[in-house]
Design a protein around this ligand. Structure first.
Ligand SMILES: [Zn+2]
Length: 113
């Protein structure tokens, strides 16, 4: 599930981005043995770049994995629409999913409103 090379927000399907957030949270939980409820922007970048092995470690911060500006823009878009919780300012993000981790359900209820 790698996107290469994305140039604009529309190149990243919402569902794929939200699934990457879910995956990153799950990988953190599996690695740690505790249930995580958020992931960093770098975790999500690593999953999107096809490097889920980098979730939770410093190498995920390598900006060549995924364009940082694009990551911020996409996070901002999804936060404004209410399908993602977190911060797009460029900090670690603390990205989580309002109402749990089912992108299909959330996207459906979003488009129905
Ligand atoms: Zn921030």
């Amino acid at each position: 599930m790698t996107i290469a090379p994305p140039h604009a927000c529309k190149d990243i399907p919402d569902e794929q981005f939200l699934t990457a957030v879910d995956d990153a949270i799950q990988i953190r939980s599996d690695d740690d043995g505790r249930q995580w409820v958020w992931a960093t922007r770098w975790d999500v970048a690593a999953v999107l770049a096809g490097r889920p092995d980098l979730v939770g470690i410093g190498e995920a911060c390598d900006p060549s994995l995924f364009p940082p500006d694009l990551l911020s823009a996409k996070i901002g878009q999804l936060v404004r629409r209410g399908v993602l919780d977190g911060c797009a300012c460029g900090c670690r993000g603390d990205l989580s999913r309002p109402g749990g981790t089912e992108p299909e359900r959330i996207l459906r209820s979003d488009s129905a409103s």
